[in-house]
Design a protein around this ligand. Sequence first.
Ligand code: CMC
Length: 500
Amino acid sequence: MGRPVQQAQDSNFLTVIDERTGEKFRIPIVDNAIDAGAFKKMKAKRAPGEREENETEGGLRVVDTGYSNTAVISSRITYIDGENGVLRYRGYPIEQLAAKSNFLETAYLLIYGDLPSKPQFALFENEVMHHTFVHNDLDKLVSAFRYDSHPMSILTSCFAALGSFAPEANPSLQGQTLYTNAAKGDKAALAAMDKQIYRLLGKSITLAAMAYRIRQGRHFNVPKPGLDYTETFLYLLDHLGEEEYKPNPVIAKALDVLFILHADHEMNCSAASVLQVGSSLVDPYSAVAAGCAALYGPLHGGANEAVIRMLLDIGSPENVPAYIEKVKTKEKVLSGFGHRIYRTSDPRSFIIRKTAEEVFAVTGRNPLLETALTLHDIALKDEYFVKRRLYPNVDFFSGLIYQSLGFPTDYYPVLFAVPRVVGWLAHWRQLMLNPKGVKIWRPRQLYVGEGVRDYVELEGRKEVDPTPANAPTEVPHLFSKRAFLAEYKAKRNEQKPSKL
Ligand code: CMC
């Protein structure tokens, strides 16, 4: 089914008058959007005294720090209506997918655009599960990390390393049209693209489990036939040599639902990173590693962890009112509340809430739940939150589930990254299949720095401006007292440490 086409109407234009020149511009509005390139045609003479770096004669620039109102791509994958709390994958409401689908089927839907037939799903599942095995050398790579390495550091590195095991999948080695030829109907290019998708989906659970087990000094498990995707992940995480080990079905189902909810969220920071990096036509392993690095940040994939830390900090339900007061005076943040897009409850939060109850039925109630519920109920009635339209987001209850399932808090972003590989790959595939080809993403900047100036010889320079950030900072070095007291000849320009 094609996208509804917007009929051209006389009124579908934006008229702009450039008061510097008196020129009038009529910019077409398509899909309720205007092309930022249209502003480049609005050229004027540089005003007296105006900086040449403004490039006024080159046309008007558009500023949108943080991309808060700039669409960087046309997409058919995910739709969010933040005003009404709507989330749809390829048109299907998230509530229906969470209730009826499974993670791999949802992955198929996101990547290929429609729900699969039985044979299509069988092929896809078979390929993904076939690729859950990783090259033996990855054992060495993961084993080289320190015992206290953050699992997201390990996972990001592993995604990047995977590319080195697949030189045939690298456009830098095989030619830059390796994937983009798929847009012209080249079947080999399409197959090459899909093979990397199967590999990345399959291997992500294995690598995530390795990042978990290395920190416990446990051997790495090998996928066991007969288990589905989420069960395999749980098996890889937890199997310790028992015979006929099978993960608990309630836990496997809950994780599967959580994976569906986290599989995509349209043009978020990590998806945009995958596309930014992918637009250079680098291999998909490097692009996914970039997405994983973006997700690692506390403003993106780390909020579920922050909720647990906040609940532990509050301690018990009776301390909630005092915490709320601190939030109102901006001393604290209510983690798990608020969202850039949703101005009502995040639709995923209701599904997670239900899933949490199912999990607690087998694991026992999370002791932090009472505090969470008290916080939730007070915040929803409080004027401060109501006025700012701050409602629970996906992270408010997910951390409680992960904690009840016994995951360490720094592992929560991994449980977000694994399913999000699907969204990243769906966006990457869509980019490669663009019939107009792939244009490298090269944003603009407004240069507000120094104008042109002549090089000054060392002897003629004035003392540098002492304002912080205008010169390198002196940093302490970790030297033992023994090293500090030792005698040695300084190498090159290095100086002996002057302080401990
Ligand atoms: N607790 C207290 N006050 C808040 C919160 C919060 N969680 N979120 C926003 N506000 C206040 C903010 O201080 C501002 O107040 P004022 O008007 O007095 O200055 C007002 O609400 C508007 O907030 P904003 O900063 O303009 O909102 P934003 O859209 O830029 O930020 C957000 C969105 C998600 C970063 C923010 O709500 C937040 O920090 N929430 C807590 C962290 C969190 O739960 N993040 C997970 C997001 S969902 C996961 C995902 O999809 O990636």
